[in-house]
Design a protein around this ligand. Structure first.
Ligand code: GLA
Length: 395
């Protein structure tokens, strides 16, 4: 179980995944169109390089020898052909399977066939595997099941990024690196909503995941080659998205714009993998502006790879921060309440590693682009469910 043959994943992976927009109805035509759209809309050039085909690309049953077969109606041309199409557009190709007998949509999956499947992925030219936790586990524990695929990927002659999707059930941040994982889901499935409701059979809203990322106290496990993954982005999605239409959810109102900026700001503060899941056929200006914001993405991709944490709570007002390379710092002022509020903190409170005697600090507001200097106070009026998102350094 050495990481010697494993690819280096020095910054949080960025890409686009089919699940939230297409759910189990995805087809190879959708994937081709998404590849074209990622290029035309500027997503690829902003860093979204992996196109990940989630559940349902495979036939319902494996072949007699245990190998995967492509879904006969929805992926008739086969995966190798699709990988070529994606590679030809300067993107990398991600695929999906599960560390159980079946995927979450009930197609036969990889438990017991890890080596055969890893070899198929390598032959097809796959660059990334999202490995889920559904199906029967045949009494094998999570570490054993995820190590089996980690070892299989190590043995094939291709660099394949290994994304562990175990939902945080068995604290994968403790063992993900040891099974050659490069990222691991920390939490349950994200829904296209601010907060989960009691009626949801499973799934979490954006603010539920933000809380769990802090309460689980996992920032110490996070960094280059081993990333905590709070799940895909729901920016641009809502009640009509294919995933929202799946059984068991009540996504009854669209995100507010402020909520979407909050969602993206926190994923960047967390140095989270940025896997967009919006419908690229209906890309509106707000979604594009949020997901392609260079200053926010730079905070996500900062070379230190630190996961931001909560510094202060005062009722609905919260202050979060993380250190950046070059002695700078990213700060979020969050308003969880229903009315706009003033939030104020100071550079001494946030995790800023600047000399005490600097005296003057330069602040850039990520979302407005405004710049100013301060002697230490950081403050803003923040909308309901919104954030102020700052980069702070010595003036
Ligand atoms: C699980 C995963 C999701 C998605 C679906 C596909 O719920 O957590 O991210 O991959 O399965 O069925």
């Amino acid at each position: 179980m050495s990481a010697n043959n494993s690819p280096q994943v020095r910054s949080p992976p960025m890409g686009w995944n089919t699940w939230n927009a297409y759910s189990w109805n995805v087809t190879e035509l959708d994937v081709r169109n998404a590849a074209d759209a990622l290029v035309e809309t500027g997503f690829r050039d902003a860093g979204y390089e992996y196109l990940v085909v989630d559940d349902c690309w495979m036939a319902e049953e494996l072949a007699d020898d245990g190998s995967f077969r492509n879904h006969p109606e929805n992926f008739p041309a086969g995966i190798a052909d699709l990988v070529d199409y994606v590679h030809d557009r300067g993107l990398k190709f991600g695929i999906y399977s599960s560390a159980g007998t079946e995927t979450c949509a009930g197609h036969e999956a990889s438990l017991g066939n890890e080596q055969r499947h890893a070899e198929q992925f390598a032959e097809w030219g796959v660059d990334y595997l999202k490995y889920d936790n559904c199906g029967d586990h045949r009494d094998r524990d999570a570490i054993d099941r995820y190590a089996a695929m980690g070892e299989a990927l190590e043995r094939v002659d291709r660099d394949i990024v290994y994304s562990i999707c175990e939902w945080g059930n068995n604290e994968p941040w403790r063992w993900g690196r040891n099974v050659d994982g490069h990222l691991w889901r920390t939490t349950g499935d994200i829904l296209a909503k601010w907060k989960r409701s009691e009626d949801d059979e499973f799934g979490l809203g954006v603010v539920d995941i933000i809380d769990e990322m802090d309460e689980r106290d996992i920032a110490g496990y996070h960094g280059p080659n081993g990333w905590n993954d709070p799940d895909m982005l729901q920016v641009g999605n809502g009640p009509d998205s294919a995933q929202s239409q799946s059984e068991g959810f009540t996504v009854d109102q669209p995100f507010r714009e402020a909520e979407q900026r909050t969602h993206f700001s926190f994923w960047c503060l967390f140095a989270a993998p940025l896997m967009a899941g919006n419908d690229l056929r209906e890309l509106d200006e707000t979604t594009r502006e949020i997901l392609l914001d260079e200053d926010a993405i730079a905070i996500d991709q900062d070379p230190l790879g630190i996961q931001g944490t909560r510094d202060e709570t005062d009722g609905d007002r919260e202050v979060w921060s993380k250190r950046l390379a070059g002695g700078e710092c990213a700060v979020i002022l969050l308003n969880r309440g229903d009315e706009p509020v003033d939030i104020e903190t100071s550079v001494e409170t946030v995790d800023l590693h600047l000399p005490d005697d600097v005296g003057s600090y330069a602040v850039t507001d990520v979302w407005s682009g405004e710049e100013w200097t301060t002697d230490g106070s950081l403050e803003a009026t923040v909308d309901s469910h919104g954030v102020a998102f700052f980069r702070v350094g010595a003036a």
